[in-house]
Design a protein around this ligand. Sequence first.
Ligand SMILES: *Cc1c(COP(=O)(O)O)cnc(C)c1O
Length: 393
Amino acid sequence: MTTSTSNAVVALSTPSLEGREREYLNQAIDSTWVSSDGPFVTRFEEDVARCIGARHAVAMVNGTAALHMALVVGGVTRDDFVLMPPLTFIASANAVKYCGADPVFVDVEEESWNLDPGKVERFCREECRVEDGRVIERASGRRVAAIMMVDVLGHPANADPLMEIARRYGLWLVEDACEALGSRYGGRAAGRLGSVGAFSFNGNKIVTAGGAGMVVTDNEAVARRARHLSRQARQAGPEYIHDAIGYNYRLTNVCAAVGVAQMELLDQFLKRKLVIARRYREAFAEMPGVVCMPEAPWAESNQWLFSILLPEDRRDGPTHLVEYLSRAGIEARRLWRPLHMLSSYASDRCDGVPIAEALYRHAVSLPSSVHLSEPDQHRVIDAVRTFLGSGEL
Ligand SMILES: *Cc1c(COP(=O)(O)O)cnc(C)c1O
């Protein structure tokens, strides 16, 4: 395991390129296959599909593009609504907007910090009517086309009841599994819990390709459509004939080479994430009022980014803790500001999201890189303990 010296800054989540990345990159360069298409792209797709047990994986340039395609292939289009949590990285909602659709923010549950199936069901039942098999939001007359669940911080959403609601109402269910590679729900791999899933291989995720995304599904027609649209909708054959307005969302062979090398490390990285999470949980169990991110009984999280809730009485605690840790050479971050609180989403429909707002008020994410050394982790834990004991407000 790589160890960083104890006076260097302890990073929040940085990549560990300790496998065959350089070797595969050299192969890609020697082969001159550096652009989109190439053997590493296919191999990367096969590796991800095999890893999660999906029939199909389609490589994309990043996770945001994968989410966009996952919505488009489900027929999400102009003026549609997509039910989704506000407590997520902004890319989840931006992908909805790229379709010309709008999010409706529905609250999360404390048990998982993910979309609350009961509140999604309530919205469909009380705020919508079903007309010719379509779900129509009563106040606006607009169609609800899809639900997007997000496996926040690596912890899978409560997928079974959400799938049941999606089935009952005929809604497309997208799983934003960008943070959740290697996580499981019951016996099933994250990414396979809805109609279609999306992964990210950005530098801060559990494994990286530099940048990449993946659409995963068991449905062959969906996979074919995602591949087609993400490759400029070009028909097979020698000529440039395009049958739709597509996108250039293809992954390059150079990035895929890094992705393939990283996939070889995934099992090892998952084990290290568990060790890091266990150490944090043990330490914080002894600090009164500190609540660790949840582990629902049905979830096996990859523990991607370890986060805690500070005691209720610490007003502005998260901002102060992040500043305090920064002065101690430790990088920490508040959880995302809920999207309905951002100017670009302030006018979107919000179903009342008190849990998401409360989590945001108290949550801080702590260093969680797979190369985080034990001494550095103890530095983080000691600093949090000192902060809490200081009564600093
Ligand atoms: C990282 C992330 C994305 C976007 O992935 P990129 O590869 O950065 O485009 C989307 N949703 C969530 C929840 C993410 O964490």
